[in-house]
Design a protein around this ligand. Structure first.
Ligand SMILES: [Zn+2]
Length: 424
């Protein structure tokens, strides 16, 4: 029987932060990566342990080790075994979690590779993986890890020198983005470097990133593919690429992603990182971004710059999609009886916890989509794939539509909160 703290006790602890010098008490400046298999259908889900790795860098904060933002469908919490003290936590979402709400999950089990990464502990730790259920966190699995165990792999599967394309200093005090090449052959590596530079410039031309370039480091890992491009299964096109990315994820033509998390983590381990970005060498429109998981974007579509920032908004900021359609089928993504965790969406169940304080007192709730409120923070119905019952903070925003080339003030504020949290 594991003596891991109860959920309630951990929730109380999660409001406290470790002192700066305490990092060295519990951790080394390297990473412990735990690969997991997430197996689920629409009704049930399980996490099982696959492998452990000791990786050469820790790119995260050494001060803000406890997640106080509380985003993500899942969270992992690490306790020091001896004292049962919470020493690290982080929220995340995953591709498997998206699959659970697809129609396919009603009739099929599937397994997905996932990883949790934390600073490498000196002593035995307890690991707990939790899922959000309404306002509560429910434990899915818990186990101990002995950092001295011979089960922890220390070899590096993918060894490629990472290069800096933007460097502001100490990785513990910066947000480190690692950009991985997908579908670029050896002869296309110069193109990859140019593409990565272009996306860096795009990101830093958008607010709030423009004001915070000194809070970021950007690394590239030039992973080489045998063939150029990516899979387009719906057209019978399959390419031999480093991460085996593909369009038609979960049957959606423009949804490009990869299920090869282990390969992504092996490549990313060549740099200290907070965020992973997979850049796919194709001119088709597509992308994906999952909170504290990874982002993926195509290189040469006319809208690629927009997609790059939009997906990073999901993966780094925990932002939700503010768009919706008339398609009833996707309206089940959010439960209307609970407040979504995404900082830019509300069901009005707990609007106090969202952007209410940023609104003028005279702005009505909900807010009509009229010219009067065109550039004002309000509560506009239609967001999170649903035209009814979910509300967004601005009439238009880059989390809503491609024609808006700016993130709304609420999305910007959420991103600034993340930047400041991970820059400590
Ligand atoms: Zn927004």
């Amino acid at each position: 029987m594991l003596k891991i703290l109860t959920v309630t006790a951990m929730m109380l602890l999660s409001t406290t932060s470790l002192l700066a010098q305490e990092f060295d008490l519990f951790f080394d400046s390297k990473s412990l990566r735990i690969d997991l298999i997430h197996t689920a259908n629409a009704q049930q889900e399980y996490y099982s342990v696959d492998r452990y790795y000791k990786e050469p860098y820790w790119g995260g904060s050494k001060i803000n080790l406890i997640d106080t933002l509380g985003y993500g469908n899942y969270q992992y919490r690490i306790v020091d075994s001896a004292s049962q003290r919470l020493i690290f936590s982080k929220g995340f979402s995953s591709l498997g979690a998206e699959w659970i709400v697809t129609p396919e999950a009603k009739t099929l089990w599937r397994s997905f590779e996932e990883s949790i990464v934390l600073p490498f502990p000196h002593k035995s730790i307890g690991v707990e993986i939790l899922k959000r259920k309404g306002k509560e966190w429910v434990t899915l699995t818990s186990f101990y890890v002995n950092p001295k165990s011979y089960l922890i792999n220390t070899d590096q599967k993918v060894k490629i020198e990472a290069r800096k394309i933007h460097y502001s200093g100490n990785t513990a005090q910066k947000i480190d983005i690692v950009i991985l090449a997908e579908g670029y052959t050896a002869s296309e590596m110069q193109k990859f470097m140019r593409d990565a530079q272009r996306f860096k410039d795009t990101l830093f031309s958008w607010q709030p990133f423009r004001n915070y370039t000194q809070n970021f480091n950007i690394w590239v890992v030039p992973t080489t593919s045998e063939e150029s491009g990516t899979d387009i299964p719906g057209e019978g096109i399959f390419k031999n690429t480093f991460f085996d990315s593909h369009f038609y994820t979960f049957g959606t033509e423009r949804y490009i992603n990869t299920t090869h998390n282990r390969q992504i983590r092996d490549a990313a381990a060549n740099a200290p990182y907070d965020q992973i970005y997979v850049l796919v060498n194709t001119d088709r429109y597509g992308g994906a971004g999952i909170y504290n998981f990874y982002s993926i974007c195509t290189s040469d579509n006319p809208y690629s710059g927009f997609v790059f920032v939009h997906e990073f908004g999901h993966a780094f900021g925990g932002l939700g999609d503010e768009y919706f359609s008339d398609d009833e089928a996707v309206e089940e993504f959010y439960q209307l009886q609970t407040e979504p965790w995404e900082p830019n969406l509300t069901t009005l169940v707990d609007f106090e916890s969202k952007w209410k304080r940023s609104m003028d007192a005279s702005t009505p709730i909900p807010t009509p989509t009229t010219d009067e409120f065109l550039n004002k923070i309000g509560v506009f119905e239609g967001a999170g794939y649903s035209k009814k019952g979910i509300y967004r903070p601005f009439i238009d925003c880059s989390m809503k539509s491609i024609i808006s080339n700016a993130l709304c003030p609420v999305c910007q504020k959420a991103l600034i909160d993340q930047i400041l949290f991970y820059s400590k």
